[in-house]
Design a protein around this ligand. Structure first.
Ligand SMILES: Nc1ncnc2c1ncn2[C@@H]1O[C@H](COP(=O)(O)OP(=O)(O)O[C@H]2O[C@H](CO)[C@@H](O)[C@H](O)[C@H]2O)[C@@H](O)[C@H]1O
Length: 508
């Protein structure tokens, strides 16, 4: 019998094959092709997470690993190296133009997923998030930091990284890995590349003077290339050069081909859509989001019996300085940025409090929103509680304890919080856009409003409050929300279809 490490080396030697043990009493082993996927990301929740991308990067490769030899590539940030355990340096990747040389390390997650780590302390060994310093300013060398990531991905794909492995397909995520498909194209390599857009608003745009440092040919600085309004755009490069684009919901896939949501890239995205190369695939949520088993909850519950919800609500009230109450509890769990409509939530607070409701907010982000939220809480002591910061346990107890989740996002590519809330029996009140429109059924599992204005948002909140006053309606909606399937299985099969199509197109 082969163990899993032997299986890895079998796939490594040929890059095409893996051993599949036949079931039953047969002792023989059949060798069958299993494709190799390199999943390139700038964050993964196992070690470092700035937002939803980190969660998807942790969940999607795991949902796909039964079908593919999926491996992760990530920069060796301090937080990654301090947590991943043993990392063996398996190769040196050479310097190129202004991009420094680096080591390629290989480690594994606790559950055995292979992770390639870029060992380059001068770029990644810093205090702060993947993208910004501790004052919230972008790292001034972000172009080099993420060009290093894209170039390494291209090298590994071509077999110039791990001597025992190469990728049949690259799965890139957002602007930080966008240049990988461009580097492959400039080398004349036809390895299929999928770019998933998690948020079109973050584009990685840099001065054109940086082209030569990043090894970008001058000829590529044009509309059919990396140029975007006089700047060099990593995201545009990814959209232009990748074989296929996906984004994280069907509605957002349509929205981004329109000027209102296209962030200036709608024209190119329309072209890619017309070529049949743009798909929307909704995110899932992983199995840890289960109120009957979640260790963070003070009391567990299920769709059949949600008595335990109240203990979580009371815990949230205590932790957020709210008075004990039997009124409705609203939660906000969010990055505090314009996209999320934080200003609308602040403006709607009076309506909620005047009707006997309470609000608990956890988030961090733009200093002006943090200050406004603190001021709101001081104006409504006992009714509005705010924590500025990031805490997964608090977030989980808030989904579990609240009756409603406020999510008035101006745009939302997919959104995860509304799915977590539904699973935990908290009804989302959300703008009908992107993934919110695709995952919430209005009046059944939550409340949707059509335009991101305060009045429409307040109307939806009033509908929520009316429902709260009818126990039977509330119970019916909670149950419907909790039973809605949001797992990864269906989405993983859609990614498989896209991978197949991209591989076939590359062979044509
Ligand atoms: N202060 C805090 N404390 C604890 N937890 C907190 C928190 N603030 C946020 N979170 C958690 O962070 C996650 C945020 O995920 P989202 O998908 O809602 O947003 P994000 O905009 O980062 O992601 C982008 O990428 C994802 C993934 O594709 C898309 O779903 C999304 O629409 C797109 O904007 C949620 O799991 C939430 O619970």
């Amino acid at each position: 019998m082969l163990d899993s490490s032997q299986l890895d080396s079998v796939s490594g030697v040929s890059a095409l094959a893996h051993a599949e043990l036949l079931s039953g009493s047969q002792a023989s082993v059949s060798i069958k092709r299993r494709q190799s996927i390199l999943f390139v990301t700038s964050e993964i929740a196992d070690y470092i997470k700035a937002g939803g991308l980190g969660e998807v990067s942790a969940a999607l490769p795991r949902a796909l690993r039964h079908h593919y030899d999926v491996r992760i590539l990530i920069p060796g940030y301090r937080q990654v190296l301090s947590q991943i355990g043993d990392v063996e340096e398996i190769a040196r990747l050479p310097a190129s133009f202004g991009i420094p040389a680096c080591g390629l390390g290989r480690g594994t997650t606790q559950d055995g997923l292979t992770v390639y780590v870029l060992l380059c302390p001068e770029l990644y060994d810093r205090e702060g998030s993947p993208y910004v310093d501790s004052f919230g300013a972008d790292w001034s060398d972000n172009d080099i930091r993420f060009a290093r990531l894209g170039l390494a991905a291209a090298d590994i794909a071509c077999g110039n990284g791990d001597p025992l492995w190469r990728a049949d397909l690259l799965h890139l995520n957002d602007w930080p890995s966008g240049l990988a498909s461009a580097y492959l194209a400039w080398r004349g390599q036809r390895i299929p590349t999928i770019l998933t857009i998690h948020n079109l608003a973050y584009q990685g745009n840099f001065d054109r003077g940086r082209l030569s440092h990043l090894g970008i040919p001058d000829a590529a600085f044009q509309i059919n290339g990396v140029e975007f309004h006089g700047k060099l755009s990593f995201l545009k490069a990814g959209i232009y050069y990748s074989s296929h684009i996906t984004t994280v919901s069907s509605t957002y896939a349509q929205e981004i081909t329109q000027p209102e949501f296209g962030c200036g890239l709608d024209g190119l995205l329309r072209t890619r859509a017309e070529e049949g190369c743009l798909d929307g695939i909704i995110n899932g949520i992983d199995a840890s989001w289960d109120p009957s088993t979640d260790p963070y909850l003070v009391s567990r519950f299920s769709a059949e019996n949600f008595r335990g919800k109240r203990a979580n609500a009371n815990n949230v009230r205590r932790n957020f300085g709210l008075e004990l109450s039997s009124g409705p509890l609203f939660a906000v769990v969010s990055r505090l940025v314009h996209q999320k409509g934080v200003d609308l939530a602040i403006s709607a607070a009076e309506t909620i409090v005047s009707q006997g409701g309470q609000i608990a907010v956890i988030g961090q982000g733009e200093p002006r929103f943090e200050a406004e939220l603190r001021a709101l809480s001081s104006r409504h002591p006992g009714s509005v509680g705010v924590k500025i910061g990031y805490d997964e346990g608090d977030a989980r107890r808030m989904y579990a304890g609240s009756d409603f989740l406020l999510m008035p996002s101006r745009f939302e590519p997919c959104g995860l919080s509304q799915m977590y809330a539904q699973r935990f029996g908290s009804l989302p009140i959300a703008h009908k856009t992107g993934g919110l429109a695709d995952t919430i059924e209005d009046g059944v599992t939550g409340f949707l409003f059509g335009e991101p204005s305060l009045n429409r948002f307040k109307d939806a909140i009033r509908r929520g409050l009316e429902t709260f006053r009818s126990r039977s309606r509330l119970t019916t909606m909670r149950r419907a929300a909790m039973n809605r399937p949001h797992g990864w299985d269906r989405s993983a099969s859609r990614y498989q279809e896209v991978y197949e199509r991209a591989c076939q197109a590359a062979l044509a």
